[in-house]
Design a protein around this ligand. Structure first.
Ligand SMILES: Nc1ncnc2c1ncn2[C@@H]1O[C@H](COP(=O)(O)OP(=O)(O)OP(=O)(O)O)[C@@H](O)[C@H]1O
Length: 251
């Protein structure tokens, strides 16, 4: 599990996260939801040690985040950012191979090559493997970064809005793949704006607003008209489909 204790975070004196406490269960898909600016990415970046902890403590499977060696951490968790920094003269295959760095330190063996090939195949990238990253569409680039993250093959995956730019078929395929990983014992923390993907696939949801957690639980506990109206300050209808909440918010 990830245990978050009394996490507060400021930028230039402004409170971004205030006294966040939560337990993120292992072996589940946990979705972070909430309006723009709620603090979801900030929390995820602190969990992935992309940003440095200021106040509070985080333990990941018993490892103290602040004390863990970078090499060890990179074998425990992978992180995919919302903002993809694309190094243009890199080919897709080379980007995906970077995912193996924590395991092989630049000297890939047969197992590393096989994992990269599987990641390329799983994200529909075999035909694009030798393309430069700046020759890809937005969704193809997103899939290339996802393939790199999958190739890292860690017990925990932290993904910030991974559905960005993905068409509906690739979005559903990704969520299915995450669900399969969960069934194989992996743990996923995912920032999602699409509440129906959260309702359909997440085992646990954490709703954030103004740098605080305002609701937590399974989809039936969190995806309610009352909670969503308070969270997003807009009217929302919640129906049911396939025994899950279905959110209507587009008209
Ligand atoms: N580098 C920065 N400098 C100043 N303020 C920042 C910086 N990064 C984030 N913030 C602020 O921190 C708050 C939380 O941002 P964060 O990106 O964590 O929200 P979010 O819930 O992920 O939002 P979104 O859904 O829009 O991606 C926002 O008010 C944002 O303006």
């Amino acid at each position: 599990m990830i245990r978050v204790e009394n996490l507060s975070y400021q930028i230039d004196g402004n409170a971004i996260l205030s006294d966040v406490c939560c337990t993120i269960p292992s072996g589940q898909v946990t979705a972070l939801i909430g309006p723009n600016g709620a603090g979801k990415s900030s929390l995820l970046k602190l969990l992935g040690r992309i940003e440095t902890l200021q106040t509070g403590r985080v333990q990941i499977n018993g490892l103290d985040l602040a004390q863990t060696h970078s090499g060890r951490l990179a074998r425990e968790l992978s992180f995919m950012s919302q903002n993809l920094a694309v190094a243009s003269r890199l080919r897709v295959r080379e980007l995906v191979a970077f995912g193996r760095w924590p395991h092989c330190h630049g000297r890939p063996g047969p197992k590393d090559l096989e994992i990269c090939e599987t990641a390329l195949r799983n994200f529909d990238l075999l035909g694009l493997a030798d393309r430069f990253l700046d020759e890809l569409s937005g969704g193809q680039a997103q899939r290339a970064h996802l393939a790199m993250t999958f190739a890292q093959d860690t017990p925990w995956m932290l993904l910030d809005e991974p559905l960005n730019n993905l068409d509906m078929a690739h979005a559903r395929a990704l969520m299915r793949r995450l669900s399969d990983l969960r069934d194989a014992g992996r743990s996923v923390v995912i920032v999602l704006h699409d509440l129906n993907h959260a309702a359909a696939w997440a085992d646990h949801l954490i709703a954030m607003k103004n740098g605080r957690i305002v609701a937590e639980g399974d989809a039936d506990e969190v995806i309610t008209p009352q909670t969503l109206a308070a969270l997003y300050e807009t009217d929302v209808q919640v129906l049911r489909y396939a025994d899950r909440p279905l959110v209507l918010h587009h008209i």
